[in-house]
Design a protein around this ligand. Structure first.
Ligand SMILES: [Zn+2]
Length: 556
């Protein structure tokens, strides 16, 4: 990379002289002599001038210009010195220029009119999201990638096949092991997803029906994924620390490592952390297991965000999994049996204790009578116990709920410093139907920079940016994304560092992050001068990071 060595070598005068003149933009084309159109080299599309460039490697920032054309980074260095011109020039002096951020665990709703443009993510500098996680991804990968390609999406997105989805197709909500024939059916679904471009298999062993699976089943399905180069096992652990009954926070991490190690997939721990007040300060113990695995050559990593609340669903937080065996109808039937209810009541109470109490469960549901209120408040209003209130709510359907204070800030601080810890939002922007939702969809990346880099100076900016870019691209084995390098796709975030701030709060979550000045997705402005352009320049990506090409097109 050609770069200017320091601030003093950065001649603003030269830049102004050379780049303020943009004749092609303003001279009517008809008036151009033919020679002007054919002369010399075609100018680049966009020139980002004089920014403080972090390339995603974790190295120090350097002052450099970046030229973009045809969706790719064409040049990084001293543009004036190299005689590079562009149709469109952006002044990035005083700004940080980084690779677009990669959200390694996302729930961006790219399939909805509301979520397709992905603004909540773009305003954090995110240009690429991983989806199909927590075991939820369908095996119909090509269909979804094709739909994204056709409809347009605001960020790049890639998919995993989900173990829960696969298991549900074959076994429904049955709480038992599959027969050999059923396991074959499940294998076939995983293979279909991998064939169609999934980057790996995700699990949500905490959730249903994944929780009904033995470790061996997940290993068997990972063996299928492992037939494909670079395949990743993305695990939402069986017990992040607050599962009931306790499987064990450390045992759960061991299980995740074992699955990948035996099957031959790389492992990433989704939203890695230790849940529950009883696990405050215990993140280093879990991290030590991962570091031991890494030391013996297993490719294991994690991703995290720095909020202390989780968001999931009421059933998972308050009803033990065996009461849901057979599905929601079976669960509701058990609710009608007074003897069973006594047992559920007791166990729900224990679950609530692990989670810090009913006043720590804050509804993010679309039902207005629930949204923004705690389970305790709802119970008080109904004049019944929280366990009974939970059941009454579940009779009308599962509810989205946050668990406040489940994570410990000290754990977050510890994890942020690890050199294998990527960054994720775990977030979904549900739109205005849910005034209260988890702020993580809007603020995770900005919050990490604001809190841990700028305010606390706990980690350096190059380290934070690497955790959001190159580290993820390396793990994904993407040769052309995640770094600011010549020839790479032009996914670029330009930040005004002192203004970077997560604006979303638990009380007022629908707030885009501040400090993101420009974002390019595949060389197209998605945010320009702090305004969303509503361009849908994202690509549907297949394993390896290439853009999805519909099979029908390939065959022809
Ligand atoms: Zn998730």
């Amino acid at each position: 990379m050609k770069v200017r060595a320091d601030r003093s070598g950065h001649s603003l005068g030269v830049i102004r002289r050379v780049f303020r003149i943009r004749p092609i933009r303003f001279v009517p084309l008809v008036a151009l002599p033919l020679a002007a159109c054919t002369a010399a080299e075609e100018p680049d599309d966009i020139l980002i001038l004089g920014g403080s460039v972090l390339d995603g490697s974790g190295g120090e920032a350097v002052f450099a210009d970046i030229a973009v054309s045809g969706g790719r980074i064409r040049f990084v260095g001293d543009a004036a010195g190299a005689g590079i011109a562009a149709r469109d020039t952006v002044d990035a002096r005083g700004l940080v220029v980084a690779p677009g951020f990669i959200d390694m665990h996302s729930h961006a709703e790219l399939d909805t009119d509301h979520g397709r443009d992905a603004r909540a993510f773009l305003f954090q500098g995110i240009t690429t999201v991983a989806l199909g996680l927590d075991g939820g991804g369908s095996a119909h990968v090509a269909d979804r990638l094709a739909r994204w390609t056709e409809d347009g999406i605001g960020v790049n997105a890639f998919l995993s096949v989900g173990h829960n989805w696969v298991r549900r197709q074959v076994l429904g909500m049955a709480d038992r092991a599959p027969t050999e024939a059923e396991l074959d059916e499940m294998r076939a679904l995983v293979r279909k997803g991998m064939e169609e471009g999934a980057y790996g298999l995700s699990s949500g062993l905490f959730y249903l029906p994944g929780n009904y699976a033995e470790t061996e089943e997940v290993i068997e399905l990972n063996r299928v994924a492992a037939e494909y180069p670079g395949a990743i096992y993305d695990t939402h652990d069986r017990d992040l620390g607050a599962a009931y009954p306790s499987f064990g926070y450390l045992k759960s991490i061991e299980e995740g490592i074992r699955i990948g190690e035996e099957a031959g997939t790389k492992v990433i721990f989704s939203h890695f952390n230790a849940q529950g007040a009883h696990n405050y300060g215990r993140a280093p113990e879990g991290a030590a297991l991962i570091e031991a695995a890494r030391a013996r050559g297993v490719e294991v990593a994690g991703a995290h965000h720095s909020y202390t609340a989780t968001q999931s669903n009421l059933r998972s937080y308050t009803i033990p999994s065996w009461f849901v065996a057979g599905g929601d109808t079976a669960m509701l039937r058990r609710f009608d049996d007074p003897d069973t209810v006594q047992v559920i009541d007791r166990q729900t109470l224990e679950m609530l204790t692990i989670r810090g109490g009913a006043d720590r469960l804050l509804f993010a549901d679309r039902r207005p009578q629930l949204n923004g209120r705690t389970l305790q408040e709802v119970a008080n209003e109904l004049g019944i116990e929280p366990s009974a209130a939970a059941r009454r709510i579940l009779r009308e359907g599962n509810a989205a709920v946050m668990n406040l204070g489940l994570y410990d800030v000290e754990n977050v601080r510890y994890l942020a410093q690890l050199d294998w810890m990527m960054t994720c939002t775990d977030g979904r922007d549900p739109g205005p139907t849910r005034p209260i939702t988890h702020p993580r969809a809007f603020g995770s990346f900005s919050k990490k920079i604001r809190d841990l880099v700028l305010d606390e100076e706990l980690i350096t900016l190059p380290h934070a940016v690497r955790s959001m870019t190159g580290l993820a691209a390396d793990f994904l084995e993407w040769p052309e994304r995640g770094y600011l390098r010549e020839g790479y796709f032009a996914d670029i975030a330009v930040l005004r560092l002192d203004a970077v701030r997560d604006m979303a709060t638990y009380e007022n979550p629908h707030q885009y992050s501040a400090g993101t000045v420009h974002v390019l997705v595949n060389g197209v402005f998605a945010i320009r001068d702090g305004e969303a352009t509503m361009a849908l320049a994202g690509q549907a990506l297949v394993r390896g990071g290439a853009a999805f090409v519909a099979r029908t097109t390939v065959d022809r």
